[in-house]
Design a protein around this ligand. Structure first.
Ligand SMILES: NC(=O)c1ccc[n+]([C@@H]2O[C@H](COP(=O)([O-])OP(=O)(O)OC[C@H]3O[C@@H](n4cnc5c(N)ncnc54)[C@H](O)[C@@H]3O)[C@@H](O)[C@H]2O)c1
Length: 374
């Protein structure tokens, strides 16, 4: 297996997930390449400390340009707050390295467009992180829809819900401040996850009416004093898509304050002949709708481990978050090596742009309290 040297810029929550996924690459069968984590950059020395347990890392730095000067590194995964996406993604591309970018791929629409200009100019291989479609359930949803079992499309619902912000005493962090997370707030944080699969199925909104809520307006800071928590907490986008000879409502929900939901990603697609539902709340269950004679029924099926890329893990076992994140990274490296073929690929910069166009229209819809056409 050919080795590809990798660097990480931003070693926090997601940087560690990526490091862990690279370290467990032996799970894959028939993988053409193996990423080897060689360099890590984080502003915070304490964050770098954790990476000392990853034996392959030889460069630890607090300055991104130092990592980018490292000629050994071919691919860089960048997982930093959103206000730094444009600057750091462009630096990575200018250094001649390929990029695994985190969502939302720029703090806003303008920033996303600027990054895409640089991607085109540099001709580097770039994909955007969005891992949930790599679970077996969403893969089955795609298979179901593409096999024309749905009939005439009736409606689509897709969403991603968190609940920890129900706790009003939860300290503030960069994800809850417009300056670092972006004016799009929760849409920048959770939105790419909610739109990735609908977009891939060809469900592109032609209009949006947005219900955006900022429910908790202050949260305690590190010093205990209350700070402004000025981002949108919850967003419900009532969109419309065009299909065949009719229009179809598609609801995209992104919520940080969804009581009881720890990390619930879901999709529901209903048609006149069939339907399919999947939620990480029941991670191994696929619901499908069928009509037999006069009987209409939902039926559920237990799914196993099979995802996009073949692994050594037993087919009846259950996957989780680290597995779909690793599958996504596997797809990135397989596609980069030219061996992914027709299998599901990571979100593209163009898909990230579509998501920003939708979120930007949602902001205008909220401000003007009207339906915005896309
Ligand atoms: N794909 C997913 O499921 C998922 C989940 C959570 C977050 N994210 C995305 O990942 C990115 C990072 O989020 P996170 O949760 O890991 O955040 P985090 O706060 O846990 O980590 C960010 C890290 O970046 C470091 N950093 C800040 N400025 C830097 C700079 N100039 N150079 C180097 N390091 C710098 C910080 O010190 C911190 O350690 C965001 O884009 C976020 O939207 C994706």
């Amino acid at each position: 297996m050919k080795e590809v040297n990798v660097g990480i810029i931003g070693g926090g929550l997601m940087g560690r997930e990526a490091a862990s996924a690279f370290s467990r690459w032996c799970v894959f069968n028939d993988m053409p390449v193996k990423p080897v984590l060689k360099a890590v950059c984080d502003l915070d020395e304490n964050v770098l400390e954790w990476y000392k347990k990853v034996a392959t890392v030889t460069q630890f730095t607090t300055v991104a340009s130092e990592l980018l000067k490292n000629k050994e590194i071919e691919v860089v995964y960048v997982a930093v707050p959103h206000h730094l996406h444009e600057e750091l993604y462009k630096q990575v591309l200018a250094s001649g390295k390929d990029l695994i970018a985190e969502k939302p791929f720029g703090i806003d629409l303008k920033s996303c467009r600027n990054i895409i200009d640089k991607v085109k100019e540099s001709k580097r291989f770039v994909r955007c992180s969005s891992e949930f479609p790599f679970l077996p359930g969403p893969q089955k949803v795609i298979e179901y829809v593409r096999s024309n079992k749905v009939g005439k499309l009736l409606e689509v619902k897709s969403g991603f819900h968190h609940s920890s912000d129900v706790n009003t005493k939860k300290p503030i962090n960069w994800k809850r401040m417009v300056a670092y997370c972006g004016e799009v707030g929760v849409m920048g944080d959770l939105g790419m996850h909610a739109v990735h699969l609908p977009f891939r199925l060809g469900y592109y909104p032609i209009s949006v009416y947005a219900d955006l809520q900022n429910i908790i307006k202050k949260r305690p800071g590190a010093d205990g004093t209350m700070k402004a928590c000025d981002t949108w907490d919850n967003a419900i986008l009532h969109t419309r898509i065009e299909k065949e000879d009719h229009t179809v409502p598609m609801t995209i929900e992104m919520k940080r304050i969804a009581p009881t939901e720890t990390n619930t990603w879901y999709i529901e697609i209903l048609g006149t002949k069939g339907g399919v539902k999947y939620s990480t709340k029941e991670p191994k269950t696929l619901w499908t709708f069928a009509i037999e004679g006069v009987t209409q029924r939902w039926q559920k099926e237990d799914l196993g481990f099979k995802s996009v890329l073949d692994t050594i893990t037993g087919g009846i076992f259950e996957p989780g978050f680290p597995d779909c994140f690793q599958q996504m990274l596997g797809a990135y490296f397989a596609e980069r090596a030219g061996s992914l073929g027709e299998r599901f690929h990571c979100a593209t910069p163009e898909e990230a742009l579509l998501s920003h166009q939708l979120f930007d229209a949602a902001l205008r819809s909220e401000k003007e309290n009207k339906v915005v056409n896309l």
